[in-house]
Design a protein around this ligand. Structure first.
Ligand SMILES: *Cc1c(COP(=O)(O)O)cnc(C)c1O
Length: 480
C-alpha cells in the first residue's frame, strides 16, 4: 500500500480521487458520515455554556503558588497574530524570515541581560525540558573532561521536576534538608560535596518563596569542588532588574516564559523553558542557533559538541513572540514587575499571618507558604474548596512537601489592592467558618458546576457524560 500523505515530487503531493480509492484500504473508508444535526445557535450555546464552567485568570484571582498563573496581557496576543508571525512555516527560506530570526536573536539578548547569562537556547518547550537539556549539557561537559560524576544535589524544597530530571539522566539525587530559615542547610551541603557530584540544582527564590541567603557561598563551594551550578529559574519574576542568577554564580538557568514572561500557561498547552548558560558551556547547546552576521540573521546548524536537538524546529515560536512583546512593553521598567510581585506577596502575607501559621517568618519574594495545620487534618484542601464558593481559584496546596497543610500563595504583580484585600478577608472568613461550622467547609464547594469529587476516581475513571437532571447521580464522580 502506498502512503497517501507521503510527499511525491512528480505529483507535488496532489492526489486524484482515483489515487485515493486505490490507496485507502476498504476497511478504513466510510460509507456514510452521520454528522449531528444542530443549528448554529445550539452550537453557540453548547460552547458558550462550556466556557462558563471553566475558571481562568481572565475570570478571577488565580493565586497558584510556584506556577505563576499571571495575567497574559492582550498586546502579546495582538503581536503573535500578526500575519508574518502567525503564518510562518518552519521550512521558510532564511531570506524570507529575517524578521522572525531577528526577534529570536533579540529575545536572546534581552534574556541574557535579565539573567546575566552568556548564551541562550530558545528550543526547550517546557521548564522540565530546559532542566533535561541542562543536565544533558552537564553530562557532555564532564564526559569531555573525562570526569565521572554521577550525583546531583537538590534541596528538599525543590520542584519535583528537579529530582525527576536528575533521575532521567541517571544521576543519584542527594537531598539536602532546609534549615530553620528555609535556606538549604549549608553544613549538610558542604558535607555532601564529594568529587562525584556533577551538579547542584537550586531554585532561587526557592519554592517557599524565600531568597536563598547563602547563594554566593553555595556557588563558590560548588565551583571549588568542580561541580556545576544549575538555577531553576521558572519563577524568575521575583528578580527582574534586582539581581541576576548569572552574577550569583550560576552556570546554567532555565526560565519558564509561560510563567515569568506572561505567555499562556495551563491545559498542557505549549510552553517555553529556554535555557541560558555561561560561555564555557555554549558549545553544547542544541542546534540550530540563530546567529547575526553583519546585518543578516542566519541559522547555524554546525553540530560540533552540541548535545543535539531537544525539540523540533526552534521551540514554540509563538511563545517566543509573546515573551518578546511582554519584555518590550515593560522596557527598562521591567524591574517594576518584580517589585509589584514582591510587594503584593508581602502585603497579603501580612494580612494573613495572624490567622494562619507562617513556618518561615521572613520577608518573602513573589510567593509565600502558610500552613492551616491548626485547623486540623485536610484543612488546606477544605479551605481550597471553600475558596471556590467565593469566586477565587484555590492556591497550590500540600506543596512544598516540607510544610504541613501548606497553602502556597502567589498573587503576581497585576492584582489590585482591592483584590488582595478581598482575598485575605475571604481566607479570614473561612478560618472562622472552620471553627464555627466545620461541616459546611468540609462539604464545599456548593456554587461550582461540579461539587466535591472523589479525586482519585475522577482522575482514573472520569465520567464525562451528561447527567439527566432526574437521575439520581449521587454516585457519579463528575457531572458536566
Ligand atoms: C513550573 C516549574 C517547573 C516545571 O516547569 P514546566 O514548564 O511545568 O515543565 C520547574 N521548576 C519550578 C520551580 C516550577 O515552578
Amino acid at each position: 500500500m502506498k502512503l497517501i500523505f507521503e510527499y511525491d515530487e512528480q505529483n507535488s503531493g496532489h492526489l486524484s480521487d482515483e489515487d485515493i480509492s486505490i490507496t485507502l484500504p476498504k476497511d478504513l473508508t466510510r460509507t456514510n458520515l452521520p454528522l449531528p444535526n444542530v443549528s448554529e445557535i445550539d452550537v453557540i450555546r453548547h460552547y458558550t455554556n462550556l466556557s462558563k464552567k471553566n475558571f481562568g485568570v481572565d475570570v478571577g484571582f488565580y493565586p497558584l503558588g510556584s506556577c505563576t498563573m499571571k495575567y497574559n496581557p492582550k498586546i502579546n496576543e495582538d503581536v503573535a497574530r500578526l500575519e508574518g508571525f502567525r503564518d510562518l512555516h518552519p521550512f521558510s527560506p532564511m531570506d524570507c524570515i529575517q524578521g522572525s530570526l531577528q526577534l529570536m536573536w533579540e529575545l536572546e539578548q534581552q534574556l541574557k541581560e535579565i539573567t546575566g547569562m552568556d548564551v541562550f537556547s530558545l528550543q526547550p518547550a517546557a521548564g522540565a525540558q530546559g532542566e533535561l537539556l541542562g543536565i544533558m549539557i552537564s553530562k557532555a561537559y564532564f564526559k569531555e573532561r573525562n570526569e565521572k560524576r554521577t550525583k546531583a544535589i537538590i534541596p528538599d524544597s525543590a520542584h519535583g521536576t528537579n529530582p525527576a530530571t536528575a533521575a532521567m539522566c541517571k544521576h543519584d539525587t542527594i537531598v539536602i534538608p532546609s534549615d530553620s530559615r528555609g535556606n538549604m542547610d549549608l553544613q549538610k551541603f558542604k558535607q555532601s560535596l564529594s568529587s562525584d557530584v556533577a551538579v547542584v540544582m537550586l531554585t532561587n527564590p526557592n519554592t517557599l518563596g524565600l531568597f536563598e541567603e547563602n547563594i554566593l557561598d553555595i556557588c563558590d563551594l560548588a565551583h571549588k569542588n568542580g561541580t556545576l551550578t544549575y538555577c531553576d529559574g521558572a519563577n524568575m519574576n521575583a528578580l527582574f532588574g534586582i539581581t541576576r542568577p548569572g552574577d550569583q554564580g550560576f552556570d546554567m538557568i532555565h526560565l519558564n516564559l509561560h510563567k515569568s514572561f506572561s505567555t499562556p500557561h495551563g491545559g498542557g498547552g505549549p510552553g517555553a523553558g529556554v535555557l541560558g548558560v555561561k560561555s564555557f558551556l555554549s558549545d553544547y547547546l542544541p542546534t540550530p542557533r540563530v546567529v547575526k552576521q553583519e546585518s543578516k540573521y542566519i541559522l547555524n546548524n554546525t553540530k560540533g559538541k552540541s548535545v543535539g536537538r531537544i525539540r523540533s524546529f526552534y521551540g514554540n515560536f509563538g511563545m517566543l513572540v509573546r515573551a518578546y512583546s511582554y519584555i518590550l512593553a515593560w522596557g527598562t521598567n521591567i524591574r517594576k514587575v518584580s517589585e509589584y510581585a514582591v510587594l503584593n506577596a508581602n502585603y497579603l502575607l501580612t494580612l494573613l499571618k495572624d490567622v494562619y501559621e507562617l513556618p518561615y517568618d521572613r520577608t518573602c519574594a513573589h510567593e509565600f507558604v502558610i500552613s492551616s495545620k491548626k485547623f486540623g487534618e485536610k484543612s488546606a484542601l477544605n479551605i481550597a474548596k471553600r475558596l471556590m464558593d467565593y469566586g477565587f481559584h484555590p492556591p497550590t496546596v500540600y506543596f512544598p512537601l516540607i510544610v504541613n497543610e501548606a497553602l502556597m500563595i502567589e498573587p503576581t504583580e497585576t492584582e489590585s489592592k482591592e483584590t488582595l484585600d478581598k482575598f485575605a478577608l475571604t481566607l479570614r472568613v473561612i478560618s472562622d467558618e472552620i471553627k464555627e461550622n466545620p461541616e459546611l467547609v468540609r462539604g464545599a464547594p456548593y456554587t461550582t458546576p461540579i461539587g466535591r469529587l472523589d479525586e482519585v476516581t475522577a482522575a482514573r475513571k472520569p465520567n464525562l457524560k451528561w447527567i439527566h437532571p432526574q437521575k439520581n447521580h449521587d454516585n457519579e464522580n463528575l457531572q458536566i
